[in-house]
Design a protein around this ligand. Sequence first.
Ligand code: GLN
Ligand code: ZN
Length: 761
Amino acid sequence: MASHIVGYPRMGPKRELKFALESFWDGKSSADDLQKVASNLRSSIWKQMSEAGIKYIPSNTFSYYDQVLDTTAMLGAVPARYGWNGGEIGFDTFFSMARGNATLPAMEMTKWFDTNYHFIVPELGPDTSFSYSSHKAVSEYKEAKELGIDTVPVLVGPVSYLLLSKPAKGVEKSFSPLSLLENVLPVYKEVISELKAAGATWIQFDEPTLIKDLDSEQLDAFTKAYAGLESSCAGLNVLIETYFADVTPEVFKTLTSLKGVTAYGFDLNRGAKTLDLIKSDFPADKYLFAGIVDGRNIWANNLASSMTTLSSLESIVGKDKLVVSTSCSLLHTAVDLINETKLDSEIKSWLAFASQKIVEVNALAKALAGQKDEAFFSANAAAQASRKSSPRVNNPEVQQAASALRGSDHRRSTDVSSRLDAQQKKLNLPILPTTTIGSFPQTVELRRTRREYKAKKISEEAYISAMKEEISKVVKLQEELDIDVLVHGEPERNDMVEYFGEQLSGFAFSANGWVQSYGSRCVKPPIIYGDVSRPKAMTVFWSSMAQSMTARPMKGMLTGPVTILNWSFVRDDQPRFETCYQIALSIKKEVEDLEAAGINVIQIDEAALREGCPLRKSEVAFYLEWAVHSFRITNCGVKDTTQIHTHMCYSNFNDIIHSIINMDADVITIENSRSDEKLLSVFREGVKYGAGIGPGVYDIHSPRIPTTEEIADRINKMLAVLETNILWVNPDCGLKTRKYSEVKPALTNVVAAAKKLRTEL
Ligand code: GLN
Ligand code: ZN
């Protein structure tokens, strides 16, 4: 029985690649130094898999930035503005596309399906010419071979590549990159024949777009592409890898009829329906790469239950055609549990990071082949049992409260207009009220103070007084600027999810559980392992302290349940909505405590609501239902006079505007800096609803300081669509990453613009 890994994290167990990249970008080390770190990482990964006994080991899943950008380089599809003149693409051109350079911005980056990984979006047009310009796949194959390891080279498949591309600047929006299929295939053929010449016997094409709802033209493209590659692939075993969801029956049919393909990889973690298709219709004589070990999460596999699934698959596809695999690339999980020396040992026994997942895949394959590692399996069974029954996981009271929420509705009893009236009587705000999104600049000293407090190097007293001083500075500044609704600046928070996770029960934190987000950027998601509850108030102390410093309204600042859920590693032993409801109940308590403490405006951020949308259309409505319900649960119990704000970090609302309205917030602040018109046309529809709306008036992601005129102009454009009495004036996100030297003049101009317009209205 064989084993396979779809792909592996690149950063290294201690983010070695991150540091090597950043040092190279800063000019502190040479290209040679960077390449050395990279090749050491690659070889240690290959050796690890080989020593573990994995049969099909991937190569070319390493990247200095992103595998889609690697494909752009392979195809020589460099946008003209980067001034590349042909030849093998080097670091200069590659990193200019990835990160921009002194004169040019980077190419656009967007989320890789529903993960937190971001890829660089290819820009294509009818005139794009393709030529084989990066030999990376071949050289990595050879590099592994020199170490004595025969690998499966992995390429982003041609159809997914094109479907993930966008029309280049200046090209008609209606241009379909898919029309370039015939043009990219020749390059793929060159790569394939070089790989064959180098000795490759397998090749893996990642075609994750196969899990989407595809139309017949898109499906045809797959048929054409692989028919086109068939003769070049002769003599090679071709694996098409799908992941992140199940595939529809139509896709399954097309996929399993592709010419020249010998093997199919499916995500069996998110693809329960695919399992049924396989059982009823898997073609004879093809390999099934069964993605049974979850690449998206950090839980140890339930080996016994995987064995049941695998055994049933074995009887369908045959012993020699079943390959045990991961559900997707391990890129989306943490790297190695071995470095987690501080994690509680019981919780640790429930986890498996990439390195441990390799061992699991191999153990399953061996067991199927009749060489079961009894000790490993029984340790796994014991860990599964302890996870199931542990009192740290189970809190019956929370379970009951959360399940009681299902099926019923929770919303405030009065409508938004009457609530806004009641709030205005209390708050007495001018028209076009000004506010900010929450955080103020996080200085080096602030971070140091937090770190020292955490490490118990400074006393609680000293910590509180340092924070108090900072909050008072931020409050004074906002009063001087004459902002209407103030914030405390969030100096006590490292991260908007971690801060809450650390205070809630049911959360654990790793020391090195980093996952690549984009380029050298990594995030360390909290691990939700148990029923979530709130032992005590989390923010009331700071918010009341801040409110006591000013007569103006002070916003209480919370992260919403959906965002906490979507930015964490979530338990896999209950549905996501169950966990979300539990978090919602904790946030609800916090909201009510803030209200009782005299905080009249409370913002509940849902920065990540949209990104949790499932990939398959048929599942979106259900998700939005419980996600929006969870948000409403947090604040359905407050008085009419308490104003609930929410904030979202995107402006791509078109398809979810009704869900956003259904959140029933009093005021919605949203990122807007890059797409005024689109957003406003959407809100034209939503405007009837009557809630306050604060589309960001300037982009906080850029150090540029917007002028008063420019801000006024933007507000005027908004006023043309939105009614005066519902418009708020605010930046488009928190100011955490900016400097005071940018924030002060920018906010000065924001307030000046609002005041100017107030006199004109
Ligand atoms: N309140 C948070 C802040 O200002 C919101 C951040 C976010 O939307 N990503 O930092
Ligand atoms: Zn934001």
